[in-house]
Design a binder for this molecule. Structure first.
Ligand code: ATP
Ligand code: MG
Length: 416
């Protein structure tokens, strides 16, 4: 029966986890809306080119992790591994350059062919925020403030650290890149295999190498901050001043980099030590060159994505609202079914949660109602029906009250 297992790295989301996801998404939507972002849902799949162009052929996602397939029409399609590329594609497809700035948020499933482990799945879920068309550092500050507000309303501010860096503008980054190539080429023989490959394609990424040997080399590598030009330094200072003004704590991490050329200025991550190896809960940065790579008009961009599974691991169950306590509808005898149905429908229409009791004798039904944490039961018996009354049992104080059908809704309104 192996076929009845879910695909490796995918999960069914239900029960407490489903409630936690819903809570996180609800808080996120609420905050993103307060920050002036509009919801966008892009398709789950796009032409493969949308991702291969924007994420870069050398990135881990494109080179190893994409779920790509040919559809029946022979098109190469890919299940989205992230949100940004689809949103930038949507911006171009819908000709939104007249409506800048565009502030978007979205959430939903993402797909990456990764080695499944704790905090790393093949289908996972992200919250995503993007601002298009704002080249000023105010956008960097705002998306970071949105992230901090979210983490704080999820009760996670004490669990996470904001690490931030600036890659500088194109000029600064290229100067740093040349220095890095010179430095690492001189120490080529001590570089790990992955880093050797990166030296040609993506030298900046050597700085976040996990290889022990590389780390020693990285410690003495040219520092990116030494290559900031005036404008880059001023930009970064303004972002940090904004964070200070909002009392958002951060640590500058000069090894926090992004490999691709369209990234510039701010890069950041909120990390935690509470999730083991997969400690990044939220990551983002500025990608001013991305729109042009996709064939759109030059348009600044900045955004972030957070893994919902990783957030859900951290969120305290006490914060997640439980389900409302239901009113149990307990018909006794088959002649009472129809009245039970009607009462359940009336209650649900009036906004109550009503749980229908389907089978068993009275004692069994009451036991089940209690187990479902019902606040009360409406007991509908044949004799009572003949007199147009029902019995309400209050599970909290054990009292039983006979109530006429006319007064039923009025009486039960006290239970909301
Ligand atoms: P990592 O270094 O963990 O592989 P990444 O750089 O690939 O992360 P991003 O593309 O920046 O991650 O995605 C943003 C966030 O989405 C991550 O910080 C993480 O919370 C979440 N995430 C990424 N990949 C996965 C995955 N396979 N399973 C669960 N969550 C993920
Ligand atoms: Mg990854």
């Amino acid at each position: 029966m192996a076929k009845l297992q879910p695909v490796r790295g995918t999960h069914d989301i239900m029960g407490d986890q489903a409630r936690t996801f819903q809570f996180i998404q609800g808080v996120f939507q609420d905050i993103a809306t307060r920050f002036g972002h509009q919801e966008i849902s892009t398709p789950i799949f796009e032409f493969t080119e949308v991702f291969s162009r924007t994420l870069g052929e050398t990135s881990d996602v494109v080179s190893k992790e994409m779920y790509s397939f040919e559809d029946r029409g022979g098109e190469s399609l890919t299940l989205r591994p992230e949100y940004t590329a689809g949103i930038v594609r949507a911006f171009i497809s819908n000709g939104l350059q007249q409506s800048l700035p565009c502030k978007f948020f979205g959430s939903g499933p993402m797909f990456r062919y990764e080695r499944p482990q704790k905090g790393r799945m093949r289908q996972f879920h992200q919250l995503d925020v993007e601002i298009l068309g704002v080249a000023e550092p105010q956008a960097d500050i705002e998306v970071l403030a949105l992230a901090a507000t979210l983490l704080s309303e999820l009760g996670l501010m004490d669990d996470v650290t904001l690490e931030i860096n600036s890659l500088g503008d194109t000029e600064s980054r290229l100067a740093n890149r040349d220095a890095l190539v010179t430095y690492f080429t001189a120490h080529k023989s001590s570089l790990g295999e992955d880093s050797l490959a990166r030296l040609k394609k993506n030298p900046m990424r050597i700085l976040d190498s996990k290889d022990e040997g590389d780390r020693a080399l990285v410690a003495d590598a040219p520092r990116i901050s030494d290559y900031y030009n005036q404008a880059s330094k001023a930009f970064f200072d303004e972002v940090l001043a904004g964070l200070d003004a909002l009392n958002i704590k951060y640590v500058i991490n000069e090894r926090l980099v992004r490999g691709l050329d369209y990234y510039s200025h701010t890069a950041f991550e909120f990390i935690t030590s509470k999730l083991g190896a997969q400690g990044t809960v939220l990551a983002g940065g500025r990608y001013d060159g991305l729109m042009e790579i996709m064939g759109g008009p030059p348009t600044a961009g900045i955004g972030w994505a957070a893994g919902i599974e990783r957030l859900a691991e951290l969120v305290s169950p006490d914060l997640v609202p439980g389900e409302p306590r239901p009113i149990a509808i307990v018909p006794v005898g088959s002649d009472c079914q129809e009245q039970a149905l009607k009462i359940a429908q009336q209650l649900r229409t009036a906004g109550h949660a009503a749980h229908m009791s389907y089978r068993g004798n009275m004692a069994k039904r009451m036991k089940r109602a209690n187990k479902a944490d019902a606040i009360a039961a409406v007991i509908i018996g044949e004799d009572e029906l003949a007199r147009a009354v029902v019995t309400i049992k209050n599970f909290d104080d054990g009292s039983q009250t006979e109530v006429s059908l006319d007064q039923l809704m009025n009486h039960l309104s006290h239970y909301r």
